[in-house]
Design a protein around this ligand. Sequence first.
Ligand code: URA
Length: 267
Amino acid sequence: MKLEDLSPEAALAALQWQLTLGADEAISPVPLDRLKDPSPEGAPLSEAPNLQAQERPAAAAEPTGPRGPVQDAIRIAASAQSLDALRAGLAAFEGCALKQGARNLVFADGLAGAHVMVIGEAPGQEEDRMGLPFVGASGRLLDAMFAAIGLSRTAADPASGLYITNTLPWRPPRNRTPSDDEVQMMLPFLERHIALAAPRVIVPMGSPAVKAVLATATGITRLRGRWAEREGIRVLPMFHPAALLRDPMKKRQTWADLLSLSAGLRG
Ligand code: URA
């Protein structure tokens, strides 16, 4: 069938299908696996050659050692000595295509130094507009949930404060779930964020966050409510507030998890 034989409705449906497949997210004429280790010997990522340089003629390769989005992320994140420096490093990072479609960098909210650090998935529309995490419907539920055990992002005292960030700092198009590649690329920033915020307990909310924090392939349904540890910091995974809005039956388990968090903070 030729294009001109399509009815306007069928042509529109075909275009929408292309959008669903991500046609509007193309940023390069060839697919680029930014995480693939390109060395035949399987050198560690930090020593891997520049992926972008590999696409250019050899003469154009930079002589300054390994460069590429992942190496940039590792280097920029490691050099940040404060949360402000990390925010500035993220704002300058050009390796993640999500940045191009986002209005704002969404870095964090709440009290830096709070005993509890909440890590969500990625900004939604409201968060993208305001440049703050969890300010839409999920955020209102999140605030109510933690208020029930005496924790708040507006508290000035670390014991009752909350520090809130996301696995990704830019909104994925149409709020889609972040891809594993996107999460892996931005992981050096998240890891540095955790190190600089130095919480006593991390609460990853939802599967992308728990997978990133605990380096596991297991999803949130199996891991929620089970205390774990990451580099000496206790971790209590919980359902994402958006999951509770979709399925209120999960609220009972979440209440048990909040009580467990409260007891864990006291113990
Ligand atoms: N969902 C998230 O995971 N994070 C936000 O900031 C908002 C909604």
